[in-house]
Structure formats: C-alpha cells, structure tokens
Design a protein around this ligand. Structure first.
Ligand SMILES: CC(C)(COP(=O)(O)OP(=O)(O)OC[C@H]1O[C@@H](n2cnc3c(N)ncnc32)[C@H](O)[C@@H]1OP(=O)(O)O)[C@@H](O)C(=O)NCCC(=O)NCCS
Length: 168
C-alpha cells in the first residue's frame, strides 16, 4: 500500500464527492442532508481553497486512488473571524483506523503553519470516538457540547466543539 499526501486537484472531485455523499446519506457525522453533485461540490467547496492560503485541502492517495481529505474552511463569514478556520476531515469508510487521519491532520497543520491562521476549531457530532481521539491527539481542547443542535435521521444530535491555538 503506497500512501501519498498532496494538495487537492479538480480531478479528485468525483471520488471525494462520492465519499462525502456516503456520510451525508448514511451518518450524522455531517449535518448536510442532501447529496451533492460534483458540480455543486466544486462551486460550494473546492473553489474556496487556495493552496497557499488559509483555506486549503490535502488529499490522501493510496495506490493512486484518492481516499480522503483534510481541509481548513471559513469558520464564520463576518470579517473578524477570518483569523480562525474550521477543520474538516473525511476518509473513505474502508480506509479508517490505519493512521491516515493522523497523517492528513499533520499535513494540514504543517501547511497552516505557513499562514497567519490563529485558531482552529472543529465540531464533532457525538458519538464519534475516532474523531475525538484524533482531535485530542492533535492538541485540540474541548470547549463544550452544544446539545441537540442537529436534526437528522429522525433524532437530535449533540456536537462537541474543540479549539486549538496555532500561533500567538
Ligand atoms: C475521524 C477519522 C478522520 C480519523 O482518521 P483515522 O485514520 O480513522 O484515525 P487514525 O487511525 O489516524 O487514528 C487517530 C486516533 O484515533 C484513534 N481511533 C481510530 N479509530 C478509532 C475508533 N474506531 N475508536 C476509538 N479510537 C479510534 C486511534 O487510536 C488514534 O488515537 P491515538 O492517536 O490516541 O492512538 C476517520 O475515522 C474518518 O474519516 N471517520 C469518518 C468521518 C469522520 O468522522 N470525520 C470527522 C468528522 S468530525
């Protein structure tokens, strides 16, 4: 198994959209409810990345196949929030639990160290032991749980929020 981490490319979109749509349809991990077309994912997600900027995305490729990504996204649109990013990380469900998430997060935070991003935040729908372990390993601090903020699959879901200071 040969693993390569690299910046996202437009040609990754069909496979990454397929992976994301699995989590949209089958899980509460994302609060999106409707699946995306590749074109929608390009417009609403891919086009927002800048390989040298605050909002960037790295892909894990295994034996030449894109199997997951970690990215930094705009946290909230009001301008004073621009020094903060929200992280997001997804792997093909067949590729979890093999260290790829940790490799991708390391790549993302190494990349963000080149920027002026001050704080990273992340929200984890509970329960998600793998994601909780990943965020704790990378030095995120839990700041609390928003109770029942998501309605999906006929029930409410809690979200635990994390923060990590990237620079003073
Ligand atoms: C969350 C996710 C990115 C983690 O990546 P991963 O490659 O599976 O995790 P890794 O193998 O790198 O392990 C990272 C840590 O999680 C722990 N872990 C992994 N799977 C676990 C599981 N099922 N239960 C408990 N801990 C788990 C590992 O032991 C490791 O902890 P450590 O550093 O203390 O040893 C991945 O599982 C995934 O894509 N899950 C589905 C999508 C998702 O939940 N995204 C995050 C949304 S907030």
């Amino acid at each position: 198994m040969t693993t390569r981490l690299r910046g996202i490319e437009e040609g990754d979109l069909p496979e990454l959209t397929r992976i994301y749509n699995y989590y949209v349809a089958e899980t509460s991990i994302t609060f999106d409810i409707e699946p995306y077309s590749v074109e929608q994912r390009r417009n609403k997600w891919y086009d927002g990345f800048d390989p040298k900027g605050r909002h960037r995305c790295y892909v894990a490729e295994v034996d030449g196949q894109a199997v997951g990504w970690a990215c930094s996204l705009q946290f909230r649109p009001k301008a004073a929030y621009d020094s903060t990013i929200e992280t997001s990380i997804y792997l093909d469900p067949r590729m979890t639990g093999r260290g790829l998430g940790a490799q991708l997060y390391r790549k993302l935070f190494d990349g963000l160290a080149e920027t002026d991003v001050h704080m990273a935040v992340g929200g984890v729908t509970l329960p998600n032991p793998a994601s909780l372990a990943l965020h704790e390993r990378f030095g995120f601090r839990s700041v609390g749980v928003y109770r029942e903020v998501g309605w999906k699959q006929d029930r409410y879901w809690d979200v635990q929020w994390f923060e990590k200071r990237l620079r003073d």
